[in-house]
Design a binder for this molecule. Structure first.
Ligand code: GAL
Length: 799
């Protein structure tokens, strides 16, 4: 009964309680008002008419697409504006001797925060995590009001979709008066062998009262929870407001963190005074060693590893920028399946959950700070704040992220306009000093679109890795241009595709230096589409195959981050309105792979791959190019209606084979063989009329935690179960039970239908409905209907 009482009264629940410290999920029970209001920070304001919502929240994604929105299509064509959030909460009288903080993982952008009418501070940077102390302004045992003003009204302030609001998680942290400081631990592994690893833990302890007789003990636990090393410091002399305790522990026969086996230990530090436990602080640890070598590239735990990475922006497609751990995890799983092993957090600090997942799943992260320094790229971006805020923001990023084993590279800037400017000789070394003062275990780079010797950032000597954005034509001259230097492909490719759309001939390549606006004006005015054969790229970029062929050839090319893993909102290059999202992704905005995904999978994974495309619905007689990506085989034979169209074998550097044939309806069948033995087969049938809907959930059992998601793929099929490749049927969803529709999508960069809706048109036969769990265990029933089609139902369980 007592437990039930506590649960009902509490507006939030503890998720990370550790003896001495409580970390409360503070996402629930906020009120929101869109638009400016006078005195909205005032405690006495009646906010009961405001909208009730839970965080994380992105108000832009709820809006209507328009080219007139100040973000413009380049920023996603959704509204910005100014919004207010308020939350009324109680803090028990029993907490009166504690120190209370509020932690924001990210607010876009320009946030002001008040507690009980007192202004706590302003943070312009929309991607940075920050903390305020609340203690002296709180009413213990009474009501408190926290108010957050978010100003995303002055635009354009971003070259991509930012989202608006308190779009990441918020935490209420309670500690004793002696406690580990914010981001207060720093773990390094200076000596690692197969026999043992030295783990150095430096712990900052914040004092709010004089103390003596304090002990600091740290225990390292392995992934099974077994203690493997312990160190105790007794009678620690804590004299200043912040003191540091250094401990070195030895882990015998350590299991190393790697891409294949991202093994995590954790360090648990306890602060005690006499018999009283004052604080418990947990730091995840990955034991690994690495280097970048000018000749051999990236070497992890003594073995050369090519970084096979992608760049991604922070939006989660139709969910907008509102962070959701499962949505992030799904993105990473799709990438991992492709063989991807790296993520660049372009062009800003990510949500902390992304790094937690990369630690657990084994990704090589390039953690990036800025898209500009003192000179901006759009009128109102961070350059307005750089001078005043860069030190604080960069320090906070490094302090927050430096314990993540997945972070291997710090990037202090993307395509900084001042590459050409001697100001870089001043700024780059200053930024490098800031980073190195907090972490010397990782190299620093910048993503340069001027990767040549006139680049002032390179000249400044501040960067450890020469980061190339594009310019693959110069990869092979790297060591002539930069003798003895280390290479990283910070950004590559920028090829373009619309999933499911194909133009012939497929080998008419559109790329630099050929005028590149031609292939995009579709003769039948089908809207803004780009053929999904890998034959179109931005003039500054390359086709997918081109960069990869070079990258795989040379060891000194340590790896690359392809622009981009997923399509993202905004930057609809080469178009603008009516397009509102990008075409660069290997995977579309809804999470459906484009064909080139399988090129990477055939090259980057060990699993057998055979992928042929396009679909098999064309005008009779039309000449169609059929491509096959394959591996683990020495040939592929193609059959049309049982008749062989010939055997093809990749020659030399080829990454695909192609047949050019006149279309005839029926069945296309590909067979891959190794030494004459069949490895895989794939068939594509000419689809008939759309007849029915199929629903496939990525997971049909999800957690009843109010946050978990099931991604439901909607497929439009003919009566025989073939995907109808040009189907555009509008599908209406009905849902009841313990879940709701978080958003819908179909991957079409031109659609202006809302993402928060209970209907979606199919795009090239597919659509997506994202189902979010409520907080009660039970059943979710999803029904999909469409005029003239047999409907479908799906059951998802929440536990
Ligand atoms: C790069 C830039 C990215 C993106 C990309 C598109 O120059 O760093 O943010 O704009 O081009 O190709």
């Amino acid at each position: 009964m007592a437990l039930l009482f506590a649960l009902v009264l509490s507006p939030f629940y503890a998720v990370k309680a550790q003896p001495g410290r409580t970390i409360l999920d503070f996402d629930k029970g906020w009120r929101f008002h869109l638009g400016d209001l006078k005195n909205a920070e005032s405690v006495s304001l009646n906010d009961q008419t405001w909208r009730a919502l839970d965080l994380p929240h992105d108000w832009s994604i709820e809006g209507t697409f328009s080219k007139d929105n100040p973000a413009k299509p380049e920023g996603g064509a959704l509204p910005g504006g100014l919004g207010w959030y308020r939350k009324t909460f109680t803090v028990p009288a029993a907490d009166k001797n504690k120190i209370i903080y509020i932690d924001f993982d990210g607010v876009y952008e320009k946030s002001d925060v008040w507690i009980n009418g007192h202004h706590l501070g302003f943070r312009p940077n929309g991607y940075i995590s920050f903390r305020y102390e609340l203690t002296s302004y709180l009413h213990f045992g009474g009501k408190n009001v926290i108010v957050v003003k978010v100003d995303n009204s002055i635009q354009p302030n971003s070259r991509w979709y930012s989202g608006s609001g308190i779009y990441r998680n918020v935490w209420l942290v309670k500690t004793q008066k002696i406690a580990v400081d914010h981001w207060g631990s720093y773990v390094t592994t200076p000596k690692v062998t197969t026999q043992s690893a030295d783990v150095l833990i430096s712990t900052k302890i914040r004092l709010k009262m004089p103390v003596s007789n304090v002990s600091v003990s740290t225990t390292i636990y392995d992934a099974q929870g077994k203690a493997v090393a312990t160190k105790n410091l007794d009678n620690v002399n804590l004299s200043d407001s912040v003191s540091t305790a250094n401990q070195t522990l030895t882990v015998k026969t350590p299991t190393l963190w790697s891409i294949e086996k991202p093994y995590l230990y954790k360090a648990v530090t306890k602060i005690t005074q006499g018999k009283t436990l004052l604080d418990t602080y947990t730091t995840p640890i990955g034991i690994r060693y690495f280097e970048f070598d000018a000749d051999k590239g990236f070497i992890l735990n003594g073995k050369p590893v090519k970084i096979l990475g992608v760049c991604d922006h922070h939006d989660l497609g139709s969910l907008g920028s509102a962070i959701n751990t499962r949505a992030l995890e799904r993105q990473l799983q799709i990438l991992k399946e492709m063989g991807c092993n790296g993520i660049r957090t372009s062009h800003n600090p990510p949500a902390p959950e992304l790094l937690d997942l990369c630690d657990k799943m084994g990704f090589i992260v390039m953690d990036e700070a800025f898209d500009c320094w003192e000179k901006g790229k759009v009128d109102y971006d961070y350059h307005l704040y750089f001078k005043q805020w860069h030190k604080r923001d960069l320090e906070d990023q490094i302090l927050r992220d430096r314990n993540h084993p997945s972070v291997f590279i710090w990037s202090i800037g993307n395509e900084i306009p001042q590459q050409a400017d001697t100001a870089a000789l001043r700024i780059a070394p200053e930024l490098a000093r800031i980073v190195h003062s907090l972490d010397q275990t990782r190299p620093i780079t910048t993503a340069n679109d001027r990767p040549d010797t006139t680049n002032q950032i390179v000249k400044s000597g501040a960067i450890d890795l020469i980061g190339f954005n594009y310019h693959h034509q110069f990869y092979e001259k790297f060591h002539t241009t930069f003798p003895g230097k280390k290479f990283i492909g910070t950004e590559t490719t920028s090829a373009l595709e619309t999933r499911g759309y194909y133009e012939m001939p497929s080998d008419s390549i559109r790329r630099w230096p050929i005028a590149w606006d031609k292939p995009f004006s579709h003769p039948k005015n089908l809207g803004n589409v780009v053929s999904a054969y890998d034959n179109v790229s931005a003039p500054w970029g390359s086709l997918h195959e081109e960069t990869w062929k070079l990258m795989k050839k040379h060891d000194y090319l340590s790896g690359m981050y392809i622009w981009t893993g997923f399509d993202y909102l905004g930057e609809p290059t080469p178009y603008s309105w009516p397009s509102r999202s990008s075409y660069f992704g290997i995977i579309d905005l809804a999470g459906f792979p484009k064909d080139v995904y399988y090129m990477y999978q055939s090259e980057w994974t060990d699993k057998p791959v055979l992928h042929i495309f396009p679909h098999w619905n064309w005008q009779p007689g039309k000449t169609v190019d059929i491509w096959a990506y394959y591996n683990h085989a020495d040939e592929v034979e193609l059959f049309l209606n049982g008749k062989s169209l010939g055997v093809k074998k990749k020659q030399g550097e080829d990454l695909h084979v192609m047949w050019r044939i006149p279309f005839e309806p029926g069945t296309l069948k590909a067979v891959s063989r190794l030494n004459g033995k069949v490895v895989l087969t794939q068939t594509i049938n000419t689809a008939g009329k759309a007849a029915k809907i199929e629903l496939i959930a990525d997971r049909s059992n999800i957690k009843a935690d109010g946050k978990d998601l099931s991604f439901v793929t909607v497929r439009i099929l003919d009566k025989d179960g073939n995907l109808v490749p040009d189907a555009e049927n509008r599908v209406n969803f009905k849902i009841n039970g313990q879940g709701f529709i978080a958003s819908v999508d179909n991957g079409d960069p031109v659609s202006h239908d809302p993402f928060k809706a209970s209907y979606r048109k199919a795009f090239h036969g597919l659509a997506l409905a994202i189902i979010q769990a409520k907080e009660k265990a039970g059943v979710v029933n999803l029904t999909a209907e469409s005029d003239g089609l047999a409907g479908a139902t799906l059951v998802i369980r929440t536990k």
